[in-house]
Design a protein around this ligand. Structure first.
Ligand SMILES: [Mg+2]
Length: 412
């Protein structure tokens, strides 16, 4: 079953997406997501200039061998661009294998371990009232678990708030659907960790008072705290029984989580910008986290993320795969198949894509009562509508960045 064609398709329906499409000699096609938010064309070049020619004539059924070949033959291993490119090839090959077998990919990974995937959505507000409205809206849409992000008094525009002032600059696209702005320069946001640490516990107290003790609540610190600040936040949020506290410290230093862990019983999740099992090795082995945030799209595909999650399972650590709108429907579907099959599934992040994106990527996955299911079509169950994709050429877009009050650049 030889691969005879490999195409890299760039489309920008609601945001930029990079998709790899492989075609076999018998006409079976497979899709893989290669989108790296804000650096999309780097992966396009990696694939077009260095990978697609290596795929022509290869046996499409040899998924593990192709993964090892692309990883080891590059010599320059790891990193987001390389691992997104490998992920796209890997998922496209799983898609092809599923179609050849006449089975959804989760069946090939061992079959369903559950009836559906618990998701969480993103509620946010500039004040508590706006936040409560957003929580209610998500509950009406079926979400059972909800991430809580709030503006902080004194700060103009911060991560995760749908009604941020910067929304208008992004042609009205809601910030919770896409923080990357279509512009020639990154938008500037502001930050003050002390104000944030004072304010956030009051928000969770108000949310618990309004919505009761049962609803699973999550929060994302977006890599902004020092270890001792993160420890303090985890401790101060303990009365509000979070499902998880995410990305409290910068991802480059896994040791930082030792100090956080010593001081709080709030569950910790990290790793949406991690790329390989090696990024997780220490924090899984030392049991410094509770959830693995890696995405299929950025962790070398189903093949490598499954190995990482199997390793995590030895330590009772569960999955919490990254799933904002910059993961394309192809990447989301791949995550769903993996989540269905593994034993240690935890929760799946899920933000709905816009109608233009849904028209480009025809999906068979479903979202009912807060639960996702990948569907039972052979393969991953997503097809690319080439005519629709062609309507939306690439547009330059950047994620925002942060400055402190004195002008110092800070982690975003
Ligand atoms: Mg996050």
């Amino acid at each position: 079953m030889k691969i005879i064609q490999a195409e890299v398709i760039v489309t920008s329906p609601d945001r930029n997406f990079v998709t790899l499409k492989l075609t076999t000699e018998s006409g079976i096609t497979g899709l893989g997501d290669a989108t790296v938010n804000g650096r999309e064309l780097a992966v396009v070049s990696y694939l077009r200039d260095h990978v697609v020619q290596l795929l022509i004539g290869r046996d499409a059924t040899r998924i593990e061998d192709t993964w090892q070949f692309l990883y080891r033959s590059a010599y320059w291993r790891r990193g987001p661009i390389t691992m997104a490119a490998i992920a796209a090839v890997d998922v496209a090959l799983w898609d092809i294998k599923g179609k050849m077998a006449g089975m959804p990919v989760y069946q090939l990974l061992g079959g369903a371990s559950r009836s559906g995937l618990l998701t969480y959505g993103h509620a946010s507000g500039r004040d508590n009232q706006e936040l409560f409205d957003s929580v209610r809206k998500h509950q009406e849409e079926g979400y059972k678990a909800i991430r809580i992000q709030s503006a902080v008094p004194g700060l103009e525009s911060i991560y995760g708030i749908a009604s941020n002032a910067t929304v208008e600059a992004n042609a009205g696209v809601r910030y919770d659907h896409e923080p990357a702005q279509r512009s020639a320069y990154p938008a500037e946001e502001d930050w003050d960790t002390r104000s944030y640490l004072r304010h956030i516990p009051t928000v969770f107290e108000a949310v618990r008072n309004e919505f009761g003790p049962a609803v699973p609540l999550l929060h994302d610190g977006h890599h902004r705290m020092t270890p001792i600040q993160a420890a303090k936040l985890g401790k101060s949020l303990e009365p509000y029984d979070l499902f998880w506290l995410e990305d409290v410290t910068p991802a480059e230093n896994p040791e930082a989580l030792r100090l956080v862990r010593q001081h709080t019983t709030t569950p910790l999740a990290i790793g949406e910008i991690f790329n390989t099992v090696w990024d997780y090795q220490q924090i899984i082995r030392e049991q410094l986290i509770d959830y693995v945030r890696g995405a299929v799209t950025h962790m070398g595909g189903i093949t490598h993320l499954k190995k990482t999650l199997d390793y995590a399972a030895l330590y009772q650590i569960k999955s919490g795969m990254h799933g904002p709108t910059d993961i394309s429907p192809v990447g989301m579907a791949a995550a769903m198949h993996l989540g269905m099959a593994i034993h240690n599934f935890g929760i799946q992040e899920y933000m709905k894509h816009g109608p233009k994106t849904d028209a480009v990527f025809e999906q068979s996955y479903t979202f009912v009562d807060g639960m996702l299911h990948p569907g039972d079509k052979p393969g991953i169950g997503v097809e690319l509508n080439v005519d629709e994709a062609g309507k939306y050429p690439y547009q330059q877009a950047y994620l925002p960045y942060n400055r402190l009050a004195d002008g110092t650049v800070h982690d975003w």
